[in-house]
Design a protein around this ligand. Structure first.
Ligand SMILES: [Zn+2]
Length: 207
């Protein structure tokens, strides 16, 4: 887990406000007041600005351009076996409660004639994690983007996540996780391809 310090450093926007350009801090102050808080007390004095910067970072995916993120790291190859990257950590925010959901994404594809630089896959995941999301859509967007970037024989994405909106409130199912998947091309049409991916995804990393 990153410290607050490094998170603040990573803040992408300098100007105040969200993507729509309006300052968020005064609204956070209003929320605190609605909660019955004394916004003048020391601990809360700079909270509205901190929340604004945190929200800017957590929604910075809206302003990321997939092509800039990949930055030309698409390479011609003859390789036609499955490429798999497991356990890509992500942190996102559910659009229904604006609470975090987080977990791991496993990505696999079979190249047709191009591959993506491996280090770019976690950054692609961040593009879609750092915005208000639902897990199903995020999973689909990652798969679709890889499909469009390199037109592979097939692509599969599995996402395992835990949702604070379930863990902290309401049902309080603290140990329940949700698994979503998106299968395109050969991963959808060929059972043995899908099974190979599922078997690899279920093997603990490092084996
Ligand atoms: Zn939720």
């Amino acid at each position: 887990m990153k410290s607050n310090k490094s998170t603040v450093k990573a803040m992408p926007r300098k100007a105040a406000g969200g993507a729509a350009g309006q300052p968020i801090a005064p609204l956070v102050k209003q929320i605190l007041e609605c909660l019955g808080e004394d916004t003048g007390r020391e601990g809360l004095a700079r909270t509205p600005e901190r929340v604004e910067r945190a929200l800017q970072f957590l929604t910075s995916g809206y302003e990321m351009d997939v092509n800039k993120v990949v930055n030309g790291a698409l390479f011609a190859v003859k390789y036609d076996q499955m490429v798999i990257m497991k356990d890509i950590e992500f942190f996102s925010m559910c659009e229904h409660h604006m609470l975090p959901f987080f977990g791991k994404v496993h990505v696999a594809y079979i190249p047709r004639n191009r591959v993506i630089g491996l280090s770019k896959l976690p950054r692609l995941v961040d593009v879609f994690a750092r915005r208000l999301q639902i897990q199903e859509r995020m999973t689909q967007q990652i798969a679709q983007t890889i499909q469009e970037l390199i037109n592979p024989v097939g692509v599969g994405v599995i996402c395992e996540a835990r949702h604070f909106c379930m863990m902290m409130r309401g049902v309080e199912k603290q140990h329940s996780g949700a698994v979503t998947s998106a299968m395109l091309g050969a991963f959808r049409n060929r059972k043995e391809t899908r099974d190979e991916f599922l078997a690899l995804a279920n093997t603990p990393a490092g084996r």
